[in-house]
Ligand binder design. Structure first.
Ligand code: FES
Length: 136
């Protein structure tokens, strides 16, 4: 199943210019992570070295190679969100449990700081109370 998804994702993007990032994004969107076992297959299909593919995956904090154990909550810890209380939100999210909390540095939602993403859902002007509602 996962192997089929990896193969079809590669095939869908292989003819494009600069296919590596679209493949990585689609795999993470579809599977929730990029299986480590897929990296050699991607490298071979794109005529890249394994080191090049690994370098891209490890460079971007967005990409993960381990399957999340719970819904992923990305809390923005960059300047705008920090100024609007992201540190308090970060502490609250970690104490809440029930989700895998990750730090990110700007989600492009600065006008709605403090911001976070729960899976693919953007959350703006977030407070600890709103976060409790969202996480249940
Ligand atoms: S600084 Fe948090 S979304 Fe930009």
């Amino acid at each position: 199943m996962t192997q089929d998804i990896v193969s079809s994702t590669i095939a869908r993007h292989q003819g494009q210019e600069g296919p590596l990032l679209p493949i990585l994004h689609e795999l993470q969107h579809t599977l929730g992570y990029i299986p480590r076992e897929a990296l050699p297959q991607i490298a071979q299909a794109l005529n890249l070295s394994r080191a090049e593919v690994h370098g891209v995956v490890s460079y971007y904090h967005h990409f993960r190679t381990e399957k999340p154990t719970a819904p992923v909550l990305q809390v923005c810890r960059a300047e705008s969100c920090q100024a609007m209380g992201a540190d308090r939100l970060w502490d609250h999210a970690q104490a809440h449990g029930g989700c895998q909390v990750e730090a990110v540095y700007c989600l492009g939602l600065c006008a709605s700081s403090p911001a976070a993403m729960l899976g693919e859902e953007p959350l703006g002007r977030l407070t600890p109370e709103k976060l409790d509602e969202v996480l249940g």
